[in-house]
Design a protein around this ligand. Structure first.
Ligand SMILES: [Zn+2]
Ligand SMILES: [Zn+2]
Length: 89
């Protein structure tokens, strides 16, 4: 599904705003990756921001909370808890 994260643009890195991002990051990863895919909780990132995120956790928490917020403003907190059964906010 297309991303529902506010401000997400497939032409720019979501973190550093660099043009031409090469990667798609699932804001909720691990076992939640397929759900992030299903509900459009993804952002485009450049390779260096993506590596820093997964290696050092840079912006990881922020993107998790943002993804939950985006989902809840489109659906609801109750639905989020039902589907993801975890609270990142
Ligand atoms: Zn970047
Ligand atoms: Zn990623």
């Amino acid at each position: 599904m297309k991303s529902i994260i506010p401000g997400e643009d497939d032409k720019r890195c979501f973190i550093c705003q660099k043009y031409g991002p090469e990667h798609v990051h699932h804001c909720l990863h691990g076992p939640y990756r397929w759900l992030a895919d299903k509900y459009g909780l993804t952002v485009h990132l450049c390779v260096s921001c993506h590596m820093l995120l997964h290696d050092k956790g840079r912006y990881d928490r922020e993107l998790e909370a943002l993804a939950q917020e985006a989902f809840e403003s489109k659906y609801s907190h109750e639905e989020f808890m039902q589907i993801f059964q975890k609270n990142w906010r």
